[in-house]
Write a protein that binds this ligand. Structure first.
Ligand SMILES: [Ca+2]
Length: 252
């Protein structure tokens, strides 16, 4: 808990006072969509017109293809109760799903959810995204691991820093316009990271967004970033949130 509070204070106190100027953004609400309040959102992407979501908790972990407008689940599969589902990503025809502490990475056919293979991940699995060349994995620490998609072989690693200090608890990820965006667990912040240096260049403050929806548990924190690359729409939600939101950023 000390680390979590430390992260919050670090973010709040550090804004604009670091060695390097960190840009700060707030948001405006563009659209509100339904989201299953029972979904413990751990992975979220928007791919070719549909949302894909991976959820966590043992016995409740799923992978689903979802219609954005009405939240209808078009296809779903449930993980064995020994697995706690985490981040997801699509590369070509394959869909990857991390697990939290069991070192298992599931690989599915993205069109059928048929299991196509698996990989071993030596660390915890939290978030996953793709930069067009390599997968990027967060594991709850301040480091991000780059991986070769076909083999899941690790390549380089970056340490994410905010005003020169390591920033842990990086959670759900999204690669947007050359940056890695990350939820910071148990905060209202999304950070935008330079993938070469690991330096946080911008912070998005989403304080107040959770007031716009119903929360299903005391674990209902902001988590889940999805980017519609064709229409340049930004979607965010949270664990056990009854809504998913399209937002636009406003620079402070
Ligand atoms: Ca994402």
């Amino acid at each position: 808990m000390r680390t979590v509070i430390g992260s919050c204070l670090l973010l709040l106190s550090g804004l604009g006072f670091g060695q390097e100027m960190v840009r700060e953004f707030t948001y405006s609400l563009v659209n509100t969509y339904p989201h299953n309040i029972n979904s413990f959102t751990q992975g979220l992407i928007y791919h070719e017109g549909f949302l894909f979501e991976g959820t966590g908790k043992n016995g409740l972990s799923t992978l689903s293809k979802i219609n954005l407008e009405d939240g209808e689940v078009l296809m779903t599969t449930r993980l064995n109760r020994r697995y706690f589902g985490e981040g997801i990503e699509i590369v070509d025809d394959k869909l990857y799903q991390l697990t939290w502490q069991s070192h298992m990475v599931f690989v599915y056919d993205k069109d059928t959810f048929e299991l196509a293979g698996s990989h071993y991940n030596p660390t915890e699995g939290w978030g996953l995204t793709y930069d067009g060349n390599e997968l990027v994995l967060s594991n709850g620490t301040s480091s991000l691991q780059f991986l070769e998609p076909e083999t899941f072989a690790p390549s380089r690693k970056i340490n994410v820093t905010f005003n020169g200090n390591p920033l842990p608890n990086l959670n759900e990820l999204e690669y947007i316009d050359g940056e890695i965006w990350a939820n910071v667990w148990q905060t209202n912040f999304i950070v935008r990271i330079d993938p070469a240096s690991g330096i946080v260049k911008s912070v998005i403050d989403l304080t107040g967004l959770s007031d716009q929806t119903q929360l299903g548990s005391n674990e209902a924190v902001l988590n889940g970033i999805a980017w519609d690359v064709e229409q340049r729409r930004l979607f965010v939600t949270g664990k056990h949130w009854a809504n998913l939101f399209e937002i636009e950023l406003i620079q402070r």
